[in-house]
Design a protein around this ligand. Structure first.
Ligand SMILES: Nc1nc2c(ncn2[C@@H]2O[C@H](COP(=O)(O)OP(=O)(O)OP(=O)(O)O)[C@@H](O)[C@H]2O)c(=O)[nH]1
Ligand SMILES: [Mg+2]
Length: 459
């Protein structure tokens, strides 16, 4: 896929019935195909109302065709855009006819993301922008749309490029003095290298903070509700979702399997997983459900450990403590566990936890639910939608984290008593490599295929 130059074709619009369906063809030179389809040369960038016919001359569709000549096109190659009527059968017929007529020039069906890959390989966009296209399509909230749009416009890439430029300038300075080791200290002073490095580190930190917000906005939060049977997990899910998605009964062991529901809090997608109450049981079905509950805990961003204030027996209280320990052991390293006491509507005033102690809610009446929602966002590190939030991916965060580590090490090699300009320069180079991976300037070979294969077909 990476290097093929053959023309490609795909339906660009979503499957299903619609007013219009768009088919796109991209290739180094599409003049032959366009002539074969419409028996004439199309004037570039003009809308032509034309009829596409089958092999015996019967009309298939009346459509609008626009021929973009490379490099002034989305992919940087010739692009032929066919705006047909939007029926699935019809689009399949048009595709079939195009493939027939394009056989001689090697026209094939595009792989997922191949149009955008070509745009990237032809330098129309960088990698962060290509990813922003996929994220824009997948965006689940208005804030996510705006964040992806900013990345697509190049805001994220520009920040990265500015950082790379500053590191480059520093490297040029350092490397020009590497041959004069006795001047290392003097150089660091004169070039204000430490100050410059500090500024760069601060900028990188600001970018990391913003990217973390963008990652939350893009991927959302996986919130897992756990606790003993009957504490009200399913009732809480229903209360958060605002509808009855899970079955609630007074029987312990009601929920047998994970129940998932996604909601949006302040534009952040929150993927809630309600689980089977955790307890020892001989019931095979329940056991399977409990196993799945633990699987959910292992992939959580945030766990709400829901408790019932009316545990009376010491055995129940002890079991809850053991359960809490097991949960803390099972969660991933960056996940937090948040304890919440349910059924506050049944609590007497004197029994309510004091301020600063565990949060109390009532999944039945809705008391405390707004506060819980705010808490979920706060614990997850969401700082509210900011003007400049850009959508970011795990991959971006990892590169930024690694770049920050290298800059930190560079600083260590500039400290008095530990000065080594060689190692200082090397760490700068490594930081720069990591940043370059975000925009795709320096990318391990296998990564490109991986990134683009996650795109939808026709993009
Ligand atoms: N009074 C009161 N009752 C509640 C509250 N939340 C849940 N309940 C009741 O507690 C019982 C159990 O609720 P569920 O939501 O099914 O509890 P669960 O934790 O999902 O239980 P399992 O699925 O069996 O593990 C039901 O009778 C609910 O109506 C609450 O805030 N107040
Ligand atoms: Mg339940």
């Amino acid at each position: 896929m990476m290097t093929r130059k053959v023309p490609i074709i795909a339906v660009a619009t979503a499957p299903g019935r619609a007013g219009v369906g768009v088919i796109r063809i991209s290739g180094p030179d599409l003049s032959l195909i366009s002539k074969a389809l419409f028996q004439k040369t199309l004037k570039p960038r003009e809308a032509h109302l034309l009829t596409l016919r089958d092999a015996v001359g019967a009309p298939i569709d009346q459509l609008i065709a626009i021929h973009f000549i490379g490099p002034a096109s989305f992919t940087g190659e010739d692009v032929l855009e066919l705006q047909c009527h939007g029926g699935p059968q019809l689009l399949e017929l048009v595709m079939k006819r195009c493939l027939e007529l394009g056989r001689d020039v090697g026209l094939v069906i595009a792989e997922p993301g191949e149009f955008t890959l070509r745009a990237y390989l032809n330098n129309k966009i960088d990698l962060a922008q290509a990813e922003a296209i996929a994220d824009l399509i997948d965006a689940q909230s208005e804030a996510a749309v705006r964040g992806a749009a900013r990345s697509l416009q190049g805001a994220f890439s520009q920040n990265i490029n500015e950082l790379i430029e500053e590191i480059t300038q520093l490297r040029i300075l350092v490397e020009s003095t590497l041959d004069f080791p006795e001047e290392e200290i003097e150089f660091l002073e004169n070039a204000q290298a430490r100050d410059r490095l500090k500024r760069t580190r601060d900028q990188l930190q600001a970018l990391r903070d913003g990217a973390k917000q963008g990652k939350i906005l893009r991927d959302g939060i996986v919130l897992v509700l756990v606790g003993a049977p009957n504490v009200g997990k399913s009732s809480l899910l229903n209360q958060l979702a605002g509808e009855d998605v899970a079955i609630v009964t007074a029987i312990a062991g009601t929920t047998r399997d994970r129940v998932k529901e996604s909601i949006s809090l302040d534009g952040v997608p929150v993927h809630i997983i309600d689980t089977a109450g955790l307890r020892d049981t001989d019931d095979l079905v329940e056991l399977k459900g409990i196993e799945r509950s633990w699987d959910a805990v292992r992939m959580a961003d945030l766990v709400i450990f829901l408790r019932d204030p009316f545990l009376v027996s010491l055995a129940d209280i002890a079991a809850e403590q053991v359960l809490k320990g097991d949960i803390l052991e099972a969660i991933p390293s960056k996940c937090q566990v948040f304890e919440v006491i349910n059924k506050s509507d049944l609590l007497l005033e004197k029994d309510r936890p004091k301020d600063g102690q565990a949060m109390t809610i009532s999944a039945k009446t809705g008391e405390g639910i707004d506060g819980l929602k705010r808490k979920i966002l706060e614990i997850s590190g969401w700082g509210g939608t900011q003007e400049g939030t850009i959508l970011a991916r795990r991959r971006h965060l990892d590169c930024l984290d690694r770049a920050a580590k290298h800059l930190e090490k560079a600083q260590e090699f500039a400290e008095n008593g530990n000065i080594s300009l060689d190692l200082f320069a090397e760490e700068l180079r490594l930081a720069q490599d990591q940043l370059g991976q975000i925009t795709g300037k320096l990318l391990p070979d296998d990564l490109l295929g991986k990134i683009f294969s996650q795109f939808c077909i026709g993009k």
